[in-house]
Design a protein around this ligand. Structure first.
Ligand code: CA
Length: 663
């Protein structure tokens, strides 16, 4: 458990309020100023349901990355505890059960003029300050060395400026020296360092190196540096390696194997697990459990997060939105807590060390996007400042701005703590927290029927409650008008509203699939039974296997001619079995076609009876769906569906997903 009584002083940013409180406390108790401190103010009665975790070890890591805290404070951001009082973020976190703080460290996140790159401008000195303040509230520190001057992740592991041009031996030595020096700075400041990450999400590189043998050389020196400092300072510091994309089981287990083969000295195999990006919880748990059992290492989730809202708070778009959330979760305070609880529960079940939440307090510096921009650049409180361009011109230098994470904090946009933070409190994780049951969300309802069949709406829908043990089917009343609007004779998507108890509503999507009379309508089986004709010297068409250029599946009908103006058509003929009206559609995309004309047509017994055309080659994957409708035909008629293209030489594109259906 966290010792909340160790602190010698109140966070210095509490100024007026803290000073007043200190005086009151001192006069009431007669204690000296040095020992007086604000009383704990945890969330006592959270509005969210929390289940107890079976056999929960309350010494587990309940960590929070708050790397942006110093620049947030410098930007004027304030945090409020459960009583609505402004308070030191470190105290709020500690009071609610957070027992570990994580901080990223960049070698030199400043340009030649001393302007910070942003994202907290976190060098070793910033980490020392954060670690010291964490220790004052009894929280340990995880030092996350990126070994770069700015963000390091699977997409980039840029070399620090000072190490540019070094051969691998010199770089490994420089990395050793830097690690020793930085770690001593952080420890000497008073931080209670319990863990050091030797690199951040190093799947594809480290400090500008991408060759595995070089990465291993660097890891060896990083590890040695931590062990040496640990010994010199008489401090038990665990070494963590950190990877991501844990859903790629083969890749991630191979990483663990290669560390073992190269005899890398480390204690903790750590991963990032963002549930909306990295697959199912069970997969993550099984993979970590396998690595733990195979290599005898501790395991830990070093990063996770979840949105409590879909709202952006600072005028800089967010990384994760409602559309990214699937399964029995939604953007809500209860779901945020559920997601963290689920990961804590899984890690606990396999005997893992615990979970760190990433940047749970990176809230807006203000609500006005325009004035925020100045603050982000000046204070470094956005993900990147304009000054980062000198180091990372192609990403940060182009797209710099604010917090893309403000909807995933445990504080609202104005800094008030959310009840979801209570999921870090070991009291609730062991005893649980009961609240009145209510429906939290209804997972997406999709009803698929084939064209011409009868629509029967389900009598119940599946409901997810705040207490998920109550999840189950509940009765629903569907809107009769919406049901009548569903034309089961015509394919397409229809929305049907429903009413569930307590006046809550639910939306269902009825998908009526077309009974397509064409064969191989998307060219997935090659060309046959389609035929191609052209009035040119050579055939400008082929079947292309490239999912990015196909409307669906992997293949599409492709055209290009570099030498001749193009004039071709592709068509398929079917014999009609039932009298009725028939319609067709097909899609096309492409470009560089100059003056051109594209046409979708239906022929009946060889004569064109319906057509629709225009200039639709407007750029790559700008798909255009061409439709023709209401061709009457009787049994025995032959209907031909086709698309023709006339364009200038150099024109290119693909045609895909034809359909001929009876209305
Ligand atoms: Ca934002």
């Amino acid at each position: 458990m966290v010792n909340k009584n160790k602190s010698k002083r109140i966070g210095k940013r509490l100024i007026a309020f803290a000073a007043a409180l200190t005086m009151v406390t001192a006069s009431l108790t007669g204690c000296g100023k040095d020992t007086a401190k604000a009383e704990p103010a945890p969330i006592e009665n959270p509005s969210i349901y929390i289940a107890p975790i079976a056999n929960y070890d309350d010494t587990s890591i309940r960590g929070m990355d708050i790397s942006s805290i110093l620049v947030e404070e410098a930007s004027g951001v304030k945090y409020y505890n459960a009583n609505g009082e402004e308070e030191d973020l470190f105290k709020i976190l500690s009071d609610n059960g957070v027992n570990y703080i994580r901080v990223r460290v960049w070698n030199d996140p400043y340009d030649a003029d001393g302007h910070g790159y942003g994202g907290g401008n976190n060098d070793a000195n910033a980490a020392a300050e954060i670690g010291k303040r964490a220790a004052e509230y009894g929280m340990k520190l995880n030092v996350d060395f990126h070994y770069s001057d700015f963000w390091a992740d699977p997409k980039k592991q840029m070399c620090p400026k000072a190490w540019k041009g070094m051969d691998i031996d010199s770089k490994a030595q420089a990395l050793y020296d830097y690690t020793v020096e930085s770690l001593k700075t952080i420890l000497d400041a008073g931080a209670d360092v319990g863990m050091v990450q030797i690199g951040n999400e190093i799947n594809n590189g480290l400090a500008g190196e991408t060759k595995e043998e070089n990465i291993m050389d660097l890891l060896k020196q990083a590890s040695k540096a931590v062990r040496d400092v640990s010994k010199e300072k008489g401090k038990d510091i665990k070494i963590a390696v950190h990877y991501t994309e844990v859903d790629d089981v083969i890749m991630i287990t191979k990483k663990a194997l290669r560390l073992s083969e190269n005899e890398i000295d480390y204690d903790i195999f750590g991963i990032s697990y963002y549930p909306f990006w990295h697959g199912k919880l069970r997969g993550m748990k099984n993979t970590l459990n396998t690595i733990k059992a195979t290599y005898g290492k501790d395991v830990c989730v070093l990063e996770t997060s979840f949105p409590y809202t879909d709202e952006d708070g600072d005028g800089f778009g967010n990384s994760v939105s409602a559309g990214d959330i699937t399964g029995e979760y939604t953007c809500s305070i209860q779901s945020q807590a559920n997601s963290v609880w689920d990961i804590m529960d899984s890690v606990s079940e396999i005997g893992g060390l615990g979970v760190f939440y990433w940047e749970g307090a990176w809230i807006p510096v203000g609500s006005d996007g325009n004035s925020n921009k100045e603050i982000w650049n000046e204070k470094g409180s956005g993900w990147a400042s304009k000054y980062s361009a000198s180091y990372d011109p192609n990403d940060a230098g182009k797209y710099y701005g604010g917090s893309s994470w403000d909807n995933q904090a445990f504080f609202d946009h104005e800094g008030h703590v959310l009840d979801s933070l209570a999921v870090f409190n070991p009291k609730f994780l062991t005893e649980g927290n009961q609240v009145d049951p209510k429906i939290e969300m209804i997972p997406e309802v999709i009803i698929e029927i084939s064209q011409g069949s009868e629509l029967t709406m389900p009598e119940t829908v599946y409901a997810v409650y705040n207490d998920r043990s109550l999840n189950g089917e509940i009765h629903v009343f569907w809107d009769e008008g919406d049901i009548n609007n569903v034309d089961t004779r015509t394919g397409g998507d229809y929305n049907v509203k429903g009413l569930i108890k307590d006046g809550a509503t639910v939306n269902a999507t009825v998908k009526v699939s077309y009974a397509n009379l064409l064969e191989n309508s998307g060219f997935e089986d090659g060309l046959s039974p389609w035929t191609v004709s052209y009035s040119m010297d050579s055939n400008p068409t082929d079947i292309q296997t490239k999912a990015a250029d196909a409307l669906a599946g992997e293949k599409a009908f492709h055209f290009w001619s570099g030498s001749e103006d193009e004039d071709f058509w592709v068509e398929q003929t079917v014999t009609i079995e039932e009298d009725g009206n028939y319609s067709a559609f097909g899609s096309i995309q492409g470009g560089d076609a100059g003056d051109h004309y594209v046409e979708l047509y239906i022929k009946k017994n060889g004569e064109t009876v319906a057509m629709f055309g225009g200039s639709y080659l407007t750029g790559w994957v700008n798909w255009h769906k061409l439709e023709v409708e209401d061709v009457s035909a009787v049994a025995g008629d032959e209907l031909t569906v086709g698309m023709s293209v006339k364009c200038q030489s150099g024109g290119w594109g693909t045609i895909d997903e034809f359909c001929l259906y009876k209305d």
